[in-house]
Design a binder for this molecule. Structure first.
Ligand code: NAP
Length: 316
């Protein structure tokens, strides 16, 4: 595994963070709880020190699995946990709520779920248009003063929203959607990194499509995140991504058959404005395969070649 400083927080994190949306047990392929616990154990054993979760991942279930696995291994103090607030999972849907009293309650619940007395990094999951940022950020300042959270960040915010919210509480981390198949936030990420924020990308495998596991259009349940959240699995995007995968296949063949997921993760991690790539994986085998990406690196020439392939396939 490789490690980087996480912005100006003083924390060092692994360049791959384990994402736990799937580990929560809904919205993705389903696996027994023991398999999902084992994915967390495999991550710790592979040198991952950064874990991303949220109460919205099946109403606290992901936090509970993560908390249990880390406690059983005695690994809590050795890792950085990022969890979130202001986005609730209710009756199979997601509801944004930045109300300060709600956030104070949510934080207590996350601490219980995670079996810990502090959260290293606490992110506002999505901006809530119905609550002034000042109120939300004041609640986060209070939690920081009480030592319940150590650092504050945001996810899915625009620059304007970060600038406004940042007037009330220091924002030390930004979590955007970013991968070879979603580069829309690149300018914003560069700016956020220049402000000293740690940058953690989500959907780093394009919801799984960059692994090459899907070569024909699939039908996913409307509640599956591959139909409701990631648009890569639908036309016209799907065919463009398939053209990119063909180029990645050729790259893989020239590099001893290295898995496509490892190419995608190295591409993401090599971007200078990225601190850590979050990857959702529910099993030991997938975690191990993804971690092996960090045993090798892309050269500048290889990065240029892949950037060109991405532009040719996706920007045309
Ligand atoms: N802030 C936000 O709004 C936000 C939004 C989305 C995600 N996130 C965070 O970012 C994390 C990562 O994003 P994501 O999980 O949505 O998408 P992702 O990491 O791009 O892709 C996850 C998918 O890839 C599959 N996968 C992983 N490694 C694989 C491998 N080696 N071979 C084949 N398939 C593989 C997973 O399979 P299995 O599930 O079957 O293991 C899952 O279907 C989330 O878990 C969550 O922590 C945050």
């Amino acid at each position: 595994m490789r490690y980087k400083q996480f912005g100006k927080t003083g924390m060092q994190v692994s360049e791959m963070a384990l994402g736990t949306w799937g580990i929560g047990g809904v919205g993705w392929d389903s696996n027994p709880e023991e398999t999902r616990l084992d994915a967390v154990r495999a991550a710790v054993e592979s040198g991952i020190t950064f874990f991303d979760t949220a109460p919205a991942y099946n109403a606290g279930a992901a936090e509970k699995v993560l908390g249990k696995a880390l406690r059983d291994m005695g690994a809590r103090k050795d890792v950085v946990i990022s969890t979130k607030c202001g986005n609730e999972y209710v009756n199979g849907g997601y509801v944004r709520d930045g109300d300060p009293a709600k956030i104070l309650r949510e934080c207590e619940e996350s601490l219980r779920n995670l079996q810990t007395d502090y959260i290293d990094l606490y992110l506002v999951h999505w901006p809530d248009p119905n609550t002034p940022f000042e109120a939300t950020m004041d609640a986060l300042n209070r939690l920081k003063k009480e030592g319940k959270i150590l650092h504050v960040g945001v996810s899915n915010f625009s620059r304007q929203q970060m600038e406004e919210a940042g007037q009330y509480c220091e924002i030390e981390a930004f979590q955007p959607h970013y991968s070879m198949v979603n580069r829309g936030s690149e300018e914003l990420m560069r700016w956020a990194a220049e402000q000293g924020m740690g940058i953690m990308t989500y959907g780093s495998l394009g919801g799984g499509i960059l692994t090459g596991a899907y070569r024909t259009l699939q039908h996913f349940d409307p509640k599956d995140n591959r139909s409701r959240f990631y648009k890569h699995f639908q036309e016209p995007e799907f065919s463009r991504i398939m053209a990119l995968l063909e180029k990645m296949d050729r790259f893989s063949a020239d590099h001893g058959g290295v898995p496509l997921a490892q190419i995608a993760l190295n591409w993401c991690a090599a971007k200078p404005f990225v601190s850590s790539c979050i990857v959702g994986a529910q099993s030991r085998a997938k975690v191990a395969q993804n971690c092996a990406a960090f045993d090798w690196e892309l050269t500048a020439e290889e990065m240029a070649l892949l950037d060109k392939a991405v532009e040719e396939c996706l920007d045309a």
